[in-house]
Ligand binder design. Structure first.
Ligand SMILES: CC(C)(COP(=O)(O)OP(=O)(O)OC[C@H]1O[C@@H](n2cnc3c(N)ncnc32)[C@H](O)[C@@H]1OP(=O)(O)O)[C@@H](O)C(=O)NCCC(=O)NCCS
Length: 165
């Protein structure tokens, strides 16, 4: 059976705006993924070609068209500054499972933005997709990412769960 498309959501939190990527994001995305500090725990090397950013944006649209997930750009609400991105990928409707990922600009770390963005995306996924299981991988040295995941754990127990008020 053909999969349904999955419209990438626009979401708002207290301090952030989550939205679909556009071609205009390519330069900021390339800057983010070519930063060796940002990429130090990533499972692939920093980007060296801007074309990688264009491919990333194309892949975002493909995920939506094929209904396999949602990858959203994150902007700071107060001034529109690009913060990074957050994603739910590998969406499997039969298992109601998906994988969580995120990457934030170095200048934006330590403000709780990753936690806030992940919660918003998970809340959307629990409400819209009936998500049941979320997987994520992180390098064991990536303490900040482990904390984001730990705090996102609460999403499945009420904050973002199906029965959340
Ligand atoms: C991992 C990452 C997304 C965290 O983003 P962030 O917005 O700084 O995270 P938050 O501010 O929501 O902080 C989450 C927790 O980590 C803690 N933390 C943040 N930076 C930390 C650091 N360098 N060392 C230890 N703890 C840290 C925060 O204090 C917070 O803890 P708390 O939940 O106890 O309050 C960000 O560092 C990043 O994008 N890194 C590069 C890409 C990456 O590694 N992505 C994840 C791949 S699995």
């Amino acid at each position: 059976m053909a999969r349904m498309t999955l419209a990438t959501p626009r979401l708002r939190t207290a301090r952030l705006r989550l939205r679909p990527f556009t071609d205009a994001d390519a330069d900021l995305l390339f800057a983010l993924h070519s930063n060796t500090l940002v990429m130090r725990y990533w499972d692939s090397p920093p980007w060296t070609e801007r074309a990688r950013a264009e491919r990333f944006i194309t892949r975002c649209r493909k995920m939506a068209n094929e209904g396999t997930g949602a990858r959203v750009a994150i902007d700071r609400a107060s001034d529109g500054t690009f913060v990074g991105w957050c994603s739910l990928s590998k969406w499997v409707p039969d298992h109601r499972s998906a994988s969580l990922g995120y990457c934030l600009d170095e200048a934006m770390w330590g403000h709780g933005y990753a936690t806030e963005a992940a919660h918003a995306l998970l809340r959307w996924a629990f409400d819209t997709l009936g998500l049941n299981r979320v997987q994520a991988e992180t390098d064991t040295r990536n303490v900040a990412s482990a904390r984001v995941l730990k705090r996102s754990d609460s999403c499945g127990k009420g904050l973002c769960g199906n029965n959340a008020s």
